[in-house]
Design a protein around this ligand. Sequence first.
Ligand code: FES
Ligand SMILES: [Fe+2]
Length: 350
Amino acid sequence: MSAFVRDQWYVAAYSREVGRELLGRTILGEPIVFYRTEQGEAIGLADRCVHRRFPLSESRLDGDNIVCGYHGFTYDQGGSCVFVPGQQRIPRTARVASYPVVEQDSFVWVWIGDRAKADPTTIPRAPWLADPNYTTVCGMEPLNARYMLLVDNLMDLSHETYLHGGYIGTPEVAETPIQTEVDEDSGTVYVSRHMDDAACPPFYAKSTGIEGRITRWQDIEYHPPCLYVLHSRIAPQGVYPPAEGPDDQAFHVEVVYGITPSTENTTYDFWAVARDFALDDAQVSDFLQSNNHTVVMQDVTALNLLEQVIATEADGYQELSINIDTGGLAARRILKRMAERSRPEGAVTS
Ligand code: FES
Ligand SMILES: [Fe+2]
C-alpha cells in the first residue's frame, strides 16, 4: 500500500531553481517539468510527451512553449499542444496535464491530487525564509530512502547526540525528556525539548559567539505531510524570554524542512536554516551552510542505510519504540490517516 498522501501541496523546488532552464522533478511518482514564463510565472506540466513519452524536461523552450526534443510536438504553458509535425490537425487529446503551482516563502509549491481541491490558502507557511529580518542558508539533498524515514528522523532529535556529535549534538539532547502534543483538527504534531543548562555545540557556539553553557529550546512543529519547522532558541544559560517585549537576549534559528516524496523509496530533502542574528555576516552564513550540509549528509547516509536494511529484511520485523518516539509515532498515525483519506476512489487498499 502506498504511504503517499495526495491532495496536498508539496515543495517542488526553491524559487531560484525554476527559471528559463527546464527542471524535471518526480513528485509522488508523477514526473513534472517546471519552468518560468518570460513574464516570470512558474509553470508545472506533466513531464511526458503524449506522443512517445519523451521527457519534456529534456527538451527546449521556445518562448513560453516547450518543443519536444524527439519529434517536435509543442505545448503551451497550459499543456495544450499547439503544433504537431507533418499535419495541420492537432489531435484533440494532444495535451499534457498542468499542475497548480504557487510560489511562497522562497519555495515553489505544487499540488498533487485532484486539482479541483487545490486551495493555496492551505499551504503551510515558513515566512522566515523570505523575511529581511532573517538570513537563510539552504539546500536540497536527494534521499534514497522513503519519506517516512525522514519524518521519523526529524521528529526525534535525540539522535543529534549520537549521529551529529561534534556538530549539533551534545549529551543533554538525548538526556532531556520531550513533550508531545497533537492538534487532531489540523493534524499538526508538536514536540518540545527545553534544556535549561546544556553544553553549546559548535554549530551554535561558532555562529552566535556564546561562550559557556546555554539554555537551549527545541520546539518542533510538523505540518504533515510536507513541512517541518524546528524553532530553535539559544541563549546564555539562565536567560529566558522576558514577560513582555522582544526576546532579544536570545538567538533564534528556524530550521525548515520540505519533505517531498519522489518515489516510494526516494525523497527530496529540502533544508533551510534561517537566523535572526549576524544577518550580514558572510562568514557566519558560510559556516552554517557547510556545517548544516554536513549534518544533513550524516542523516542522508543513515537513512539511505536504513532503506537498504528494510529492503532486505524478512516480513514482520517488529520495531521497539520508547518515550523519545512519541512524536514520530504521532506523525505516522496522522500520515496513515491522511493517506487513507486521500486515496483515489477505486484504488487498491491492500
Ligand atoms: S515523443 Fe515528443 S514529439 Fe515524439
Ligand atoms: Fe539529524
